[in-house]
Design a protein around this ligand. Structure first.
Ligand code: GDD
Length: 328
């Protein structure tokens, strides 16, 4: 192992954010290690990333993994991150997204005490913690009101991270990230579900798109911009918690207009409302104020809503074209 290079360990490396963060850190000269849960494919993870098996639901090999990798920075991106699924699998979700954070923090605390290594820790906290938000826009001072098993688990992980900072002096930060999307977004999240369907409809590969609540409003940014904020948090003098957002909110309707409009399609002719995709409790509107990240970390989003929708729709059109070619 080259001791001159900074070493990072990313949990959940096979996900959208894991792939963008890996690329960013590799470009900065890091040696990047990634933890992949059982049964997960490496996804868009670059080949230079050293992969290790591990699962936050288990945790028994976390200490050995830290000893083997000796990371300077740990980014905890692993979770069961689908809000609707968390209503169907609340205990599993709480185990990974909530207790999993504690397992990792405790493993880092013990590893640091034993080796004397200084480890910086990033926790992927979520704007879902604001839930039925008491104010708009939401800042680092806005109280939490979680509305799903997923959001409750994230609140637990958030406070464990704060507590390890205060109790043990761990350099631990929460990034309270608002929704962030890209062509690599999982296909069951609403943005990707829409752009994938719009492209397939355009090419006659499907005709209908079934969705839930179209009135929900989200502050959607580009995942590639947001991983840069994660890295900046761990380079700052002091550990702290930051809202990462664009400051603009759009409804699912707006997203449909933009994506289908990009392909000259009228979504009202294709979208069906299906109660299957309605949640037992909904988060109606989220909009973040990232002033603290802008002033303290010098971070700001580069990709705006319209550009994001075009980027995703265009990428999915290419994917659908390949699919169509394979069909013929
Ligand atoms: N997934 C999905 N599928 N959502 C739908 C659908 C549908 O068919 N129809 C309407 N929606 C609405 C949801 O009810 C929600 O209000 C909104 O679209 C966004 O849903 P998702 O894309 O699933 O994202 P999310 O906001 O619930 O959660 C995402 O962002 C969080 C950050 O705020 C996830 O990435 C979380 O892991 C993340 O923490």
């Amino acid at each position: 192992m080259n001791s001159d290079r900074p070493v990072a360990l990313i949990t959940g490396v096979s996900g959208q954010d894991g792939s963008y963060l890996s690329e960013l850190l590799l470009a900065k000269g890091y040696q990047v290690h990634g933890m992949v849960a059982c049964g997960h494919a490496p996804g868009h993870c670059p080949p230079e990333v050293v992969l290790h098996h591990g699962d936050l639901a288990d945790g028994s090999n976390l200490g050995a993994l830290l000893d083997a990798v000796r990371p300077h920075e740990v980014y905890n991106l692993a979770a069961q991150s689908h809000v609707q699924l968390s209503f169907e699998m609340p205990v599993y979700t709480a185990n990974v997204a909530g207790l999993g954070v504690l397992r990792l923090l405790e493993a880092i605390r013990i590893h640091q005490a034993r080796t004397g290594d200084a480890v910086r820790f990033y926790q992927a906290s979520s704007s879902e913690m604001f839930g039925r938000a008491v104010e708009t826009p939401q800042t680092e001072r806005t109280p939490f009101h979680p509305r799903s098993p997923y959001a409750c688990a994230k609140v637990f992980g958030y406070w464990q991270t704060v507590n390890y900072r205060e109790a043990y002096g761990l350099f631990a930060c929460n990034g309270i990230l608002f929704n962030h999307e890209s062509p690599r977004r999982g296909e069951t999240f609403v943005t990707r579900k829409i752009t994938r369907a719009a492209a397939r409809i355009k090419l006659g590969l499907q005709h209908e798109l079934r969705l839930g609540n179209l009135d929900a409003s989200r502050d959607w940014g580009f995942a590639g911009d947001y991983v840069e904020a994660m890295w900046r948090m761990l380079q700052y003098d002091q550990p702290d918690d930051y809202v990462i957002a664009t400051g603009c909110t759009h409804t699912v309707h707006d997203f449909l207009d933009a994506a289908f409009g990009r392909l000259d399609l009228d979504w009202t002719r294709h979208v069906q409302i299906d109660p299957l995709f309605l949640r037992p409790a909904e988060v109606d509107v989220l909009r973040g104020d990232a002033t603290k990240a802008r002033t303290q970390l010098g971070w700001q989003p580069r990709v705006a809503f319209d550009e994001l929708v075009c980027m995703m729709t265009d990428a999915d059109l290419q994917l659908a074209q390949r699919e169509k070619r394979m069909e013929t």
